[in-house]
Write a protein of this length. Structure first.
Length: 338
């Protein structure tokens, strides 16, 4: 591993060259070796990003959904073999009767996707089929999930699927009889000691949340591009420090029991297009022990990598579309996690 000074120089140089706006943190063996902030959280008023600035993490929220669902499995309120249909009832009739919680968590359900990331579209395109202000609670998402035919038989194919994680949030809510956002707080955020994490509404963000910008310059934000409140597939807001608390709590057994955690990070699928593997809610290094979460939305990019073998974690969050990638990939290479 490079020394602290070399790592800081690498991050500063890469951030400068990439016009990076966001936060970077690197920990090794229980010690924070870098915590650095760049750019502006609010361009209108010239408010700088700080290490405690809160950011959206897009699909990084899928881990929170997976952990919430698996905590319900541990408490026997759900099982991996629970059929989605048993809780959906007449809703979303195009979802195959054989689709289970396990299929949804592993992106092997084969269901149609309301936000198909395999299409060659610009990340900054408007994508929601209904006005975004109508998407505040999980049940509201039925309006965008419906009408997409099954693509493959359940279990046959790994295909990254946003709809599947929204369906999981709906199943969790119905199985537990509690709103999904409350379940995430009670079963993941609070046990992990995450003090700055939650599903804030996009139209009433507090002052410590970075505005998501569509471009490297200008004031055009993502407020019209994303649901006003996220659900199972994305939209949680957090800090780089809270992300590191999440990893620590996961491996300390504070969120789900260790056997459940181990099942979640056991490779279930090869993902050759991403040159990765996938478990249940977590991306996995193609050959090594590293585990990762990542997300990209208009005005949001996020990636965090934790390697339990070397006890190394690095996290990069940006408030621009795709801005995190140059920094996080440079850290992969420097820390031997590529």
């Amino acid at each position: 591993m490079v020394d602290d000074a070399e790592l800081a120089t690498l991050v500063q140089r890469t951030a400068h060259d990439a016009r990076f706006s966001g936060v970077v943190r690197v920990d090794h063996d229980g010690r924070t070796v870098a915590s650095m902030a760049f750019g502006l959280a609010d361009r209108r008023y010239g408010i700088a990003v700080t290490p405690s600035t809160r950011f959206g993490v897009a699909s990084g929220a899928k881990a929170f959904t997976a952990l919430t669902v698996m905590s319900l499995v541990a408490d026997e309120l759900l099982s991996l073999d629970t059929a989605a249909r048993s809780l959906l009832g007449a809703d979303l009739p195009l979802i195959d009767d054989a689709v289970t919680v396990r299929h949804l968590l592993g992106h092997r359900s084969g269901i149609g996707d309301y936000l198909d990331e395999s299409t060659d579209s610009d990340i900054n395109d408007y994508v929601m089929a209904v006005p975004v202000h109508r998407l505040a609670d999980v049940e509201d998402y039925l309006a965008v999930l419906d009408g997409f035919p099954q693509r493959e038989p359940p279990g046959d194919t790994f295909r990254y699927n946003n709809s599947g994680f929204v369906v999981l949030s709906l199943l969790a809510e119905r199985a537990a009889g509690r709103p999904f956002h409350e379940l995430v707080h009670e079963r993941v955020v609070r046990p992990a000691g995450m003090t700055a994490t939650g599903f804030d509404r996009g139209d009433e963000l507090p002052g410590d949340v970075a505005i998501g910008y569509l471009h490297d310059d200008g004031l055009r934000s993502n407020v019209l591009h994303l649901p006003v409140r996220g659900s199972g597939d994305g939209g949680i807001i957090t800090t780089v420090d809270d992300v590191h608390r999440l990893w620590r709590a996961l491996f300390d057994g504070l969120i789900v029991p260790p056997p459940v955690r181990d099942a979640m990070i056991e490779p279930m699928s090869e993902a050759p297009e991403q040159r990765l593997r996938y478990g249940l809610g977590f991306w996995l290094h193609p050959t090594g022990s590293a585990i990762m979460l990542e997300g990209i939305d208009p005005g949001v990019s996020f990636r965090t990598v934790h390697d339990p073998a070397s006890v190394t974690t690095h996290t990069t969050i940006a408030n621009t579309s795709g801005g995190a990638w140059p920094v996080t990939k440079a850290l992969d290479a420097a820390l031997g996690l590529a």
